[in-house]
Design a protein around this ligand. Structure first.
Ligand SMILES: Nc1ncnc2c1ncn2[C@@H]1O[C@H](COP(=O)(O)OP(=O)(O)OP(=O)(O)O)[C@@H](O)[C@H]1O
Ligand SMILES: [Mg+2]
Length: 370
């Protein structure tokens, strides 16, 4: 490995270099503290340093202090060279951040052994750093994958909603019209005994109407057209009202009076978070009221869904793998957003979403109320 020697005594320097080169190391020699410090500032500086204590211009202890004062992900392993038996020196060196020391005059076997210890430690640090990098990378990959899967899911929902609306819905309408036409003909027909047939046809009409309604509900669930047509604020308002109506919960909202015209890529995930959080309130909270707030301040969006129920279970807040909650986090992570699940005393559960908003991605305009 590459080793830096900082030693002002030429004989010692030569000896150190010879022994280390014989071990197969690449040696970089410096003759005073300033040179050593400068060499350590280079991008591919050696990771193992043998640093003489007493040197001209800048002594070893000063070099050591400067190196340790620098924030570095991979700080060098430093062996101080000090005159033998000077315990106060050794203690001062260790306290300043030396990893090891070597008494002077040194024994070449001890030098090799101490360098080997340092080398092993550096190799372990490098292996660990590689693992951490891999972990960061695979985590980033997982976020990308989760975002892609969500996007695919939304694309499929949109396709399905279109198909349902255009094909299914239209055919149902045609069927309904046909039935009415048939009923009209039966009514005007002179043929006796057709009464029961006519009754059947009349009974089928409301069934088809129900089917049409269900198709519309399904379409809306798959693709919330209110979001795309009227924007996030109106869509949240509509969703909260719908939940309140269905569940009997007392719902309040505090939303901007102007709509926030977010990128559709962000508005949809935020809307899905609201839907998931509201479903959770109905399913788990045992609440009687809920409050949804959206505000934009300091170039950040904050969305809060709070209920007055029993709150999140404690073990869940300690870091659970609940998929619904994980999904909420994943939906905004690619926008640099965070989702917190909180239990404030006496207030039930709170889902708090925060997303930074560069002004370039945001325009605000008055809401077009339906
Ligand atoms: N508002 C809430 N109040 C109290 N507990 C909640 C609330 N929201 C979620 N929880 C708890 O958190 C757990 C995890 O929620 P999560 O949404 O991840 O899963 P889920 O709703 O049980 O299932 P799904 O995957 O269908 O959403 C719930 O099982 C429930 O115990
Ligand atoms: Mg859920």
């Amino acid at each position: 490995m590459k080793i830096l020697i900082a030693e002002d005594d030429a004989t010692s320097r030569l000896l150190l270099t010879c022994v280390l080169q014989k071990q197969g190391h690449e040696v970089l020699e410096t003759i005073d503290g300033i040179e050593a410090w400068e060499a350590l500032q280079q991008p591919d500086a050696p990771r193992l340093v043998i640093l003489d204590w007493m040197m001209a211009k800048m002594d070893g202890l000063e070099v050591l202090r400067r190196v340790r004062a620098q924030a570095s992900e991979r700080p060098p392993y430093i062996i101080m060279l000090t005159v033998r038996n000077e315990t106060p020196h050794i203690i001062a060196g260790l306290e300043a951040g030396a990893n090891d020391y070597l008494g002077k005059p040194f024994d070449s076997g001890e030098l090799v052994a101490r360098v080997a210890v340092g080398q092993r430690l550096i190799e372990m640090q490098d292996a660990l750093a590689r693992k951490v990098d891999e972990l960061h990378q695979s985590r980033a990959d997982l976020h990308v994958l989760a975002a892609r899967l969500q996007a695919i899911r939304e694309e499929e929902r949109t396709l399905l909603a279109r198909e349902l609306h255009d094909s299914f819905g239209q055919h149902l309408t045609a069927l309904q019209m046909d039935l009415m036409w048939m009923d009209g003909h039966l009514q005007s027909s002179k043929t006796p005994d057709l009464g029961p047939l006519s009754d059947r046809i009349v009974a089928m009409v409301p069934q088809i109407e129900r089917l049409t309604e269900q198709t519309q509900t399904l379409c809306t669930a798959l693709r919330p057209s209110v979001l795309f047509e009227l924007g996030l604020v109106a869509a949240i308002e509509w969703q909260v009202e719908d939940v309140a109506k269905r569940s009997g919960l007392v719902a309040t909202t505090s939303l901007p009076v102007e709509d926030v015209d977010l990128d559709e890529g962000l508005a949809l995930p935020l809307f899905r978070i609201v839907q998931e959080a509201l479903t959770n309130v109905i399913r788990h909270a045992k609440a009687t009221s809920l409050d949804v707030r959206l505000q934009i301040a300091d170039q950040a969006l904050e969305l809060i869904i709070q209920d007055n129920g029993r709150g999140f279970p404690a073990d869940l807040l300690a870091g659970s793998k609940a998929l619904g909650l994980l999904g909420m986090r994943e939906r905004v992570i690619t926008f640099g957003g965070t989702v917190d699940f909180l239990n404030a005393l006496g207030t039930g559960a709170t889902v708090r979403v925060r997303v930074p908003l560069p002004t370039a991605n945001l325009t605000i305009h008055p809401i077009d109320h339906p």
